[in-house]
Design a protein around this ligand. Structure first.
Ligand SMILES: C[S@@+](CC[C@H](N)C(=O)[O-])C[C@H]1O[C@@H](n2cnc3c(N)ncnc32)[C@H](O)[C@@H]1O
Length: 395
């Protein structure tokens, strides 16, 4: 299932285009549920026994699972279909976004005077992790090529197809779930100033403004098209957010200016040396008692070899070259290396608010504090999704 977006820049979709998008969403669901289950069955019933017979042991990590599995027909069916489905996501929305450009411009102009702001920096040097590849096979990556102006719309509409309804109509389930957890777990924490790093179109920024309406909320990204679209998208939903074209490696904010520095699905798209600089910057701009918080893919160290392989698949076949190196890191060590104290580290797994409701988050906090990383659900965009969060308090 795909979703109809909530805001006024949602596209006018002809019936044949809607049918195409529903088909692509359905194909992704088939790959991520049925073909994934077939691949797992193939692994357990023939690949693993053959590996054990040859080596006398089990695979130690995802690399060995990948090597053993990649000649198997179930792996090939899963991988080939998933790559095609990914390309079809973008192909199913790009013509719609292009055709709708004028309507979108008018909708953005109509809310231009609403609270919130957009500041762009055309002199900003773009990092090669964004420009050198078509990240997750999205043509033109976050900066776009011939359809640069439509990149924000393509991302928004593409995510609606890609996420199969699991992110909600505003594609904000991560932000809603993470902020629900923080509010329930730390009721006395009332951030007055919030920063979202690598916000793209701000879809997971808006829930922080909704959760903490009195807070001043800022969101940064290096890519201008998404920011321009995201700023209009926020205004038409009555959310005053300040969008800035800025690198998370060199934040243009003074020391100790934020209570919460958040990111979502951001770190796995950058080299490790960039992550180190991003964490140091986050620590610099946090006030004492502030929180750095990242929603991310769960680390390989906390999952089995097959599950590690399953998530790292994107590194090899979905133009996500930094994915595995990030997932091989121990999140607590990323924090301490940037100068956060080991005792101030936090991590948790939160049930999706969209799938389970806000009460499930409150119940989890009240009962056990957090779920453990679950190989079947954590960070996997499949039924029963749960989100992994980690970070550190600042002193
Ligand atoms: C996967 S998207 C993040 C998506 C979004 N935060 C979410 O919740 O779904 C990664 C974003 O990071 C941005 N980005 C990459 N490197 C960056 C950097 N050094 N500083 C700021 N943004 C960066 C990209 O332009 C892109 O918009």
């Amino acid at each position: 299932m795909t979703v109809e977006l909530l805001h006024d820049m949602k596209p006018e979709i002809a019936p044949d285009e809607a049918a195409r998008q529903r088909f692509v969403s359905g194909l992704r669901s088939f790959v991520l549920n049925d073909l994934a289950a077939d691949m797992r069955h193939a692994y357990e019933s023939r690949v693993l026994p053959a590996f054990r017979k040859e080596t006398g042991r089990d695979p130690v990590d995802g690399i060995e699972v990948h090597r053993a599995l990649r000649g198997d027909p179930a792996f090939k069916a899963y991988s080939a279909t998933r790559v095609h489905a990914q390309r079809m996501v973008w192909n199913s929305v790009a013509p719609v976004a292009l055709r709708d450009r004028d309507k979108r411009r008018r909708a953005a102009e109509a809310v231009a005077a609403q609270p919130g702001s957009l500041s762009l920096d055309s002199a900003l040097e773009m990092p090669s992790n964004v420009t050198a590849i078509d990240v997750h096979l999205m043509p033109g990556s976050y900066v776009g090529r011939e359809q640069a102006e439509d990149t924000g719309a393509i991302y928004d509409q593409g995510l609606a197809v890609f996420s199969m309804g699991l992110m909600g109509r505003n594609l904000d389930d991560i932000g809603l779930s993470m902020s629900a957890y923080i509010k329930a777990r730390y009721p006395d924490f009332a951030p007055a100033c919030i920063l979202d790093l690598g916000c793209t179109i701000g879809h997971n920024t808006l829930p922080w403004k909704q959760r903490y309406p009195d807070a001043e909320v800022h969101a940064i990204d290096v890519a201008a098209p998404g920011l321009a679209y995201g700023s209009a998208r926020a205004k038409m939903q009555g959310q005053a957010v300040h969008f800035h074209q800025m690198s998370a490696e060199t934040l243009g904010f003074p020391d100790a200016s934020f209570d919460l520095v958040f990111s979502s699905m951001f770190l796995h798209e950058m080299p490790r040396k960039t992550i180190a600089r991003v964490f140091e910057e986050a620590r610099r701009v946090l006030k004492p008692g502030g929180l750095m918080l990242h929603m991310e893919l769960p680390p390989n160290t906390q999952m089995g070899a097959f599950e590690g392989f399953y998530l790292d698949w994107d590194c090899y076949y979905n133009a996500e070259p930094f994915y595995k190196a990030f997932r091989d890191e121990e999140p607590s060590e990323l924090c301490t290396r940037a100068g956060f104290a080991p005792d101030d580290y936090i991590q948790f797994v939160v049930p999706s608010v969209g799938a389970y409701g806000e009460q499930a988050v409150a119940d989890m906090v009240a009962s056990e504090g957090s779920r453990a990383v679950d190989s079947q659900t954590t960070g996997r965009l499949a039924e029963g999704v749960c989100w992994f969060g980690f970070g550190s308090w600042a002193r």
